[in-house]
Design a protein around this ligand. Structure first.
Ligand SMILES: [Zn+2]
Length: 175
């Protein structure tokens, strides 16, 4: 599956971007997410589609991050949607942390918008108050829940330490 010819890669100096020659209405499907090779670790050309699945996305690898993106990548249906009305000639962008948990090559965002996240490194490094304003794919939501569920172990280990201390006070040889 390849992307429509209305999507073109623009190269300026060493900077690539993906531009649409066609306009889209909010909610419209733009294209399928192309799937080339699958990896268990992210690289510069992959999009994360599962907990340990990173797929090379061909031309879509030229799509840049935005803190106010005009598209959404839905990795369960493997489709790119227009997040709002998009004009012909506009650059297509998406919110990288909506698919990426921990990126291989974090960078600083200079978009200048009031809601700019500045450090684009993956959802793992963003506060919930930021994440809640974006569509997040299932694997990102699951990773987040797992991270939060892990905090339960903190109390368990504090309790275990306490019990251990009580036992060792009673009988020093038990320590
Ligand atoms: Zn930004």
């Amino acid at each position: 599956m390849s992307i429509p010819t209305s999507l073109v890669i623009r190269k300026q100096n060493n900077f690539r971007s993906l531009v649409t020659k066609q306009a889209y209405k909010a909610g419209e499907i733009i294209c399928p997410i192309p799937t080339e090779s699958m990896f268990d670790k992210p690289n510069m050309y992959t999009v994360q589609i599962g907990r340990t699945q990173h797929v090379e996305v061909k031309e879509l690898a030229s799509m840049n991050h935005s803190c106010n993106p005009n598209t959404i990548l839905d990795t369960s249906r493997m489709l790119v949607f227009a997040a709002r009305n998009v004009n012909a000639g506009e650059e297509l962008t998406f919110f990288y942390p909506s698919t990426e948990w921990e990126m291989s090559a974090p960078f600083i965002c200079l978009c200048g918008s009031p809601n700019c996240i500045h450090v684009v490194a993956g959802a793992r490094f963003l506060p919930l108050s930021t994440l809640e304003n974006h569509y997040l794919n299932r694997h990102i939501r699951e990773a987040m829940i797992e991270l939060l569920n892990g905090t339960e172990n903190l109390l368990t280990s504090i309790e275990r330490e306490h019990i251990h201390e009580k036992i060792s006070k009673r009988d020093p040889s038990a320590a």
